[in-house]
Design a protein around this ligand. Structure first.
Ligand code: PMP
Length: 387
């Protein structure tokens, strides 16, 4: 594919040729054994990714559908949900759950900070919460939630732990059978979309339910959805040759290839690579006088929200970069104009980010600012290779 752009927004992420090739496979019947085999393989690999003792659901849709599936199959109208939010996408659970008549309580962090554990403990002590949502990496702020702290606090209360992994899955560990200090302290639901760290085009909602979350659905007589009711999908996920609603055949081919690439790299290697890239990118950008919103201890391996140095005009900066084939995103809400967001996840390479740093440096210079490109690249390389 000629003239590929460096798509370094928070997702979709760059799609490698093998995945495009898979996407353009011949569209077989969705019940054709040749397709069913590929679908089954992609589900098996997804189960491995999340190490769930339950079931995974891979369904046409986006990350928001995955959020909806997670909520309506675990919390009934009138029941209580606690939303722990580190930004814009954490907040998305609030209107989503309210639209189904769920009682929502919220604990929101100041943008760039973590929610304080004591506040969560106090809130959960009120009792009656069916589930708690946590966004692993909030794409608006580049803050990574601390699962070591949050899983025990939530699970102690008896609530289900729902993890939005849209900006994390396949880049940061999300092992659903990992215990956080007690055998009962595990993650119950993880959800994501195809377009972020898995490196596949947008189009798939991916949700993993652990056995406790499946039991929660089983205990609900009905749910407020039809397409989103996992009970309708369970037979298909067990045997993808069965029909419920036509699967997006070509997206499943692409997803299967994406998951094969993830597994061929190896999960722990992929996680380490992302951690290293995140640190190195922030170190390199800091040389230009830019400042990550998140402090390094809570900054995400997948995406960074970076505050501009004095005087850099956001729209001009991003437009100039786009002209050079590098696409980054603006910041959201109150940070709009003051910061940009750069994704560093998926099937990306060290070379790509060296190039990105060079382009950022060149652009700053064109705009009349100082930029020591050599130093930024050196810093990046040093940090990237220190593991
Ligand atoms: N959660 C997070 C953390 C996200 O980053 C996004 C998308 N940026 C979503 C949910 C929603 O996903 P989608 O846009 O695919 O519906």
């Amino acid at each position: 594919m000629p003239n590929k752009e460096m798509l370094l927004i928070p997702g979709p992420t760059p799609v490698v040729d093998e995945i495009y090739d898979a996407l353009s496979s011949e569209t077989y019947a969705h019940t054709d054994p040749r397709f069913v085999k590929v679908f089954k393989n992609s589900l098996d690999l997804t189960k491995k990714l999340f190490n769930t003792d339950g079931e995974v659901f891979v369904i046409a849709g986006s990350g928001t559908l995955a959020m909806e599936i997670a909520i309506i199959n675990t919390v009934a109208p009138g029941e209580k949900l606690l939303v722990i939010s580190h930004g814009y996408f954490g907040d998305r659970f609030i209107p989503l759950a309210k639209s189904f008549g769920i009682q929502v309580e919220t604990i929101q962090a100041e943008w760039g900070q973590h929610v304080r554990k004591e506040l969560i403990e106090e809130k959960l002590a009120e009792g009656g919460f069916e589930a708690v949502t946590v966004t692993h990496v909030d794409t608006s702020t580049g803050i990574m939630a601390n699962l070591d702290e949050l899983v025990p606090v939530v699970k102690k209360s008896g609530a289900l732990f729902i993890l939005d992994g849209v900006c994390a899955a396949a880049a940061i560990e999300e092992d659903m059978q990992k215990t956080y200090g007690d055998p009962a302290y595990t993650i119950d639901v993880v959800l994501t979309g195809s377009q972020k760290a898995i490196g596949v085009p947008p189009g798939l909602a991916i949700v993993a339910f652990g056995s406790k979350a499946l039991a929660a659905r089983e205990a609900m007589p009905t749910v407020t959805g039809y397409y989103s009711d996992i009970k309708n999908w369970l037979p298909i996920m067990n045997d993808p040759g069965k029909y419920y609603a036509t699967p997006p055949v070509n997206m499943i081919y692409a997803f299967n290839k994406g998951m094969e690439i993830v597994m061929a790299e190896g999960l722990s290697k992929r996680y380490q690579r992302h951690t290293a890239i995140g640190r190195a990118m922030r170190a390199g950008l800091t040389v230009y006088g830019m400042k990550p919103l998140a402090s390094e201890e809570i900054a995400a391996p997948t995406l960074s929200c970076i505050l501009y140095p004095e005087g850099v005009i956001d729209a001009e900066f991003r437009a100039r970069l786009a002209g050079k084939g590098m696409v980054i995103a603006g910041a959201l809400a109150s940070l709009s104009g003051k910061a940009f967001r750069i994704g560093h996840m998926g099937n990306t390479t060290e070379k790509m980010f060296v190039k990105a740093l060079e382009l950022v440096g060149e652009t700053l210079k064109e705009m009349g600012h100082e930029a020591n490109i050599e130093k930024a690249v050196d810093e990046f390389t040093k940090v990237y290779h220190t593991r």
